[in-house]
Ligand binder design. Sequence first.
Ligand code: SAM
Length: 168
Amino acid sequence: MAGKHVLVLGCGSGPTLVDLVDCGATPVGIDGSPALIDIARERLGPDVDLRVADLADPLPFDDDVFDDVVSSLALHYLEDWTSPLAEMRRVLKPGGRVVLSVEHPFAMWLAARQVGTKTNYFATRSRHESDIAGESVDLTFWDRSLSTMLQSFLAAGFRITHVGEPGP
Ligand SMILES: C[S@@+](CC[C@H](N)C(=O)[O-])C[C@H]1O[C@@H](n2cnc3c(N)ncnc32)[C@H](O)[C@@H]1O
């Protein structure tokens, strides 16, 4: 990664940014939470470009400027992936890569079924969380099937070279 210019979407408090800096990359972090960007700033110091922005909006960068785009566990908060994926493609240099993770779509469907909620796996559907590990939260996730995710990337003009998943 040394020398790479990498955009981290939904960077949160910055763990991936720290790893990228350690590898010699030049990361840029975007997150919708000013509080998390403040924590990232404390961890990374003044030299890393960190911005508060909504991933649903156009990205504040020129075309063809990043070698890679990384996004860990953030895209599943967005209902519509059309513009965000088009924007990722726009800011990537030709041949650039997207590396991302999302919650496992089938795990979410199974969890809903276990608490008696009937959901259509193939629908893009919202899921509200108000309690995570005893903490009161107000989170809306947008779940969708694996095929919907992959088709979204293909429709945006990406070539998919790897799909991995952890064991259950
Ligand atoms: C589960 S956290 C992951 C954070 C970080 N990528 C990590 O791996 O630690 C999801 C992040 O996505 C951000 N996020 C969610 N929706 C967003 C949106 N519409 N625009 C920008 N950031 C968003 C949240 O603020 C949060 O930092």
